[in-house]
Design a protein around this ligand. Structure first.
Ligand SMILES: *[C@@H]1O[C@H](CO)[C@@H](O)[C@H](O)[C@H]1NC(C)=O
Length: 152
């Protein structure tokens, strides 16, 4: 049976069992500027994020423009202090070209194992090929130490 034919309730049960630590988190736009990409939700998995292990940040949104490419700029800060910045090709995180309608961006990130536990802020700016801003959001997430690490 193809997954698309599965009963929605079955999918719900599956997602509860397979992704017990998925978290939909609240986010803020960086400012009041009206950008062509609207964000509907942010999902973080696993939650909390474990230092040294890959985490996936999924951005669910929609665009009113055709997007052929661009950049995703990620800035992570702790207590307002920038600790990590990186830039990715937009087309590595979603399928390009993007037509008007819904879009899902999936960003994988491994935070260094020395990242101290705490509440971090991630700011994500998406720019188009010409550097024009498509959207800018920020959200908070928690990092815990790997469960194999014990401090006595
Ligand atoms: C997006 O591209 C398609 C195909 O080129 C075009 O028909 C459509 O008008 C474009 N839409 C916008 C909003 O630019």
């Amino acid at each position: 049976m193809a997954i698309s034919e599965a009963h929605p309730l079955l999918l719900l049960f599956l997602s509860i069992f397979l992704l017990p630590t998925l978290r939909a988190t609240s986010f803020h736009y960086c400012d009041k500027k009206l950008d062509p990409v609207k964000v509907k939700g942010v999902e973080i998995s696993p939650y909390p994020v474990v230092s040294g292990k890959a985490a996936t940040f999924k951005i669910l949104g929609s665009t009113v423009e055709n997007i052929s490419g661009g950049k995703v700029v990620i800035k992570v800060s702790l207590f307002g202090i920038p600790v990590h910045t990186e830039t990715h090709d937009l087309c590595d995180e979603t399928a390009c070209p993007i037509s008007p309608g819904s879009l899902v961006l999936s960003h994988s990130q491994t935070l260094p194992s020395f990242a101290p536990p705490g509440t971090y802020t991630l700011k994500m700016t998406i720019n188009d090929k010409n550097g024009g801003r498509l959207t800018c959001i920020s959200f908070k997430f928690k990092i815990t130490l790997s469960s194999t690490v014990f401090v006595s």
